[in-house]
Design a protein around this ligand. Structure first.
Ligand SMILES: [Zn+2]
Length: 327
């Protein structure tokens, strides 16, 4: 069911989203990778192509959202035991071959900061991608930011003018004071680093972002991406608190092609997919859609609730990222 597009997906896109999605789209959260670089291939990657390069991205997005012009901020698919050298080399080749692709180097906390600087320069990367799975803290989901993004890497980002895509962890994400303090401190101390808080500040439970995003208000080098979030509340909180110029559309390819939805439940969240959920009910047939469609619907709802203009919407899908990554 993942990686395939059904007639129901296409009909939903045509009816609900075709008139909302602008013609030019910058995906600020795009994974390009080779399965050969994984120690253990993640489930979603295992069920898809072995080489996910830029043409592969374009082919899969064209199939569900025809006629759009895409650019992207791409990075490897972080995974425990990843061959980071191979993954960064592959990404570097994509950046070289396709002007539409900007790259973020995958970094692990054990990397020497000068190695990070050299690698970024060698491949022309524009940023860094850190991830909790590389943290030495167990369980890695409890890690503070500094455990998987050492301050020395942030210093290099500041000196080189790099973006940093941060998928924060800890149960309450940006509602957690430890995360708030880390991000506020590092972003203020290194003002030339550009922070992109992935998944609407990991607002898979939107109430966490609604509660916590105000802690970062007024810091000039923080953005958030919309990737793989399928509820509207976190997008709304970000725009209200940081302004419409701080929200970047992110598709999170290939999570775009996962079927299901992520929902807030209690003080946490749950990904509903066919693996853990029986999509059946007495009252109606339940046909889950691709995450790409669910996330776009949530963003459309947020834009509607915020009464955004067409030019505001175009900023989220293109203008904000174009400004951030001007070549
Ligand atoms: Zn992602």
């Amino acid at each position: 069911m993942n990686w395939t597009i059904t007639p129901a997906d296409l009909a939903f896109f045509a009816k609900e989203l075709d008139s909302f999605l602008p013609q030019r789209v910058f995906d600020a959260h795009c994974h390009l990778y080779r399965n050969a670089d994984f120690a253990t291939v993640p489930g979603l990657a295992a069920s898809g192509p072995d080489v996910v390069d830029w043409p592969c991205f374009l082919e899969h997005m064209e199939a569900i959202a025809p006629g759009r012009k895409w650019e992207a901020l791409a990075f490897p698919f972080p995974s425990k035991g990843l061959n980071t050298v191979g993954a960064n080399e592959f990404l570097g080749a994509q950046v070289q071959a396709y002007p539409a692709v900007r790259g973020q180097m995958v970094v692990t906390p054990d990397m020497d900061p000068e190695f990070v600087r050299e690698t970024v320069r060698r491949f022309g990367f524009v940023g860094l991608k850190c991830y909790h799975l590389f943290s030495p803290v167990e369980p890695t989901f409890d890690s503070a930011v500094e455990a998987y993004l050492p301050e020395e890497h942030v210093r290099v980002a500041h000196e080189e003018g790099l973006s940093i895509t941060l998928h924060m962890v800890r149960a309450r994400a940006i509602a957690d004071p430890v995360n708030q303090e880390s991000i506020a401190r590092l972003a203020r101390k290194y003002p030339n680093s550009r922070w992109i808080l992935a998944h609407a500040a990991r607002g898979f439970n939107p109430y966490h972002t609604i509660e916590g995003i105000g802690a970062l208000a007024g810091i000039g080098n923080i953005w958030s991406d919309t990737s793989a979030v399928t509820e509207a509340g976190a997008f709304e909180a970000i725009v209200r608190t940081h302004g419409v110029e701080r929200l970047l559309y992110g598709a999170d390819f290939p999570v775009t092609h996962l079927r299901g939805r992520c929902v807030a439940i209690g003080d946490s969240f749950l990904w509903l997919t066919a693996d853990n959920t029986q999509f059946a009910a007495a009252y109606a047939p339940i046909e889950p859609l691709l995450i790409f469609l669910e996330s776009l619907r949530a963003l459309k709802t947020a834009c509607w609730n915020l009464r955004l203009s067409d030019s505001d919407v175009e900023r989220i899908f293109w203008g904000n990222a174009a400004q951030l990554f001007e070549k």
